[in-house]
Design a protein around this ligand. Structure first.
Ligand code: ATP
Length: 220
């Protein structure tokens, strides 16, 4: 379970005054649950995800508690946190083939043997009808193929929690529904708690939380 408590994010203005950007009193995300965060542009949704991930945020001051499966993450590095992130763009290493990306993603944590890692990656690619892309480089993939394989690699890394920032926005409508359902199914099967930011209510799954006019995140 991922738990955020008493979070406040302040942005530093030019006069070095701290201005409240966003506040979140309490959010618990159960294993396999996807919580969707919505709200107007610029209210700090992506900044919240970057704080959970553990990125250094030089232009912000933050306070709050972050727990994952009973572990306190606040003092842990990005690598120690073991949280996966899927952005709208990016996620694959451009100098590696799809196969190499898939195997590299599994390297740090998987207990499988190499041939089993190959099998697992190929089975997931097959689910997405992308098996023939195994030896291709990312620049030879279409936008939709790239998004799906980046999601697949994020899942292959066996994260303990997943953050998704507009993960489906590069996909056209038909593919979007298919990839969305596939992603949620994978997260549920692997019992990974996930926090997703989207502008599109159609992408939302399960619980929706919103940033209100008081800069506070509340249940929608
Ligand atoms: N690196 C940065 N340095 C300073 N200010 C930043 C930085 N990144 C974002 N901001 C500002 O912080 C605020 C929150 O940005 P953020 O990207 O988190 O909002 P958002 O809700 O995710 O917006 P959107 O929905 O448009 O992606 C914005 O006012 C933005 O201009």
């Amino acid at each position: 379970m991922l738990n955020i408590r008493n979070l406040a994010i302040f942005s530093q203005t030019e006069s070095s005054q701290n201005t409240l950007l966003l506040r979140l009193n309490n959010l618990s995300i159960q294993p396999g649950e996807v919580v969707t965060l919505m709200g107007p542009s610029g209210v700090g949704k992506s900044t919240l995800l970057r704080w959970v991930l553990g990125e250094f945020l030089p232009d912000f001051t933050t306070q709050g508690e972050l727990m994952l499966d009973g572990r306190d993450l606040s003092e842990q590095s990005i690598a120690q946190r073991q949280i996966g992130m899927m952005f709208q763009k990016g996620g694959l290493f451009p100098h590696m083939t799809v196969a190499e990306n898939c195997l590299f993603a599994q390297k740090p944590r998987s207990i499988l043997k190499r041939n089993e890692q190959v099998e697992k990656a190929r089975a997931m690619l097959n689910d997405l009808a992308l098996n023939e892309k195994w030896d291709d480089y990312p620049h030879n993939l279409s936008g939709g193929q790239y998004s799906r394989i980046a999601l697949l690699c994020a899942l292959l890394a066996e994260p303990k929690a997943m953050l998704l920032d507009e993960p489906f926005s590069a996909l056209d409508a038909g593919l979007r529904a298919e990839v969305r359902d596939w992603t949620f199914k994978q997260l549920a099967a692997a019992t990974i708690p996930a926090l997703m930011v989207t502008h599109d209510r159609a992408d939302a799954s399960g619980r929706i939380i919103m940033v209100n006019e008081n800069k506070e995140i509340v249940d929608a």
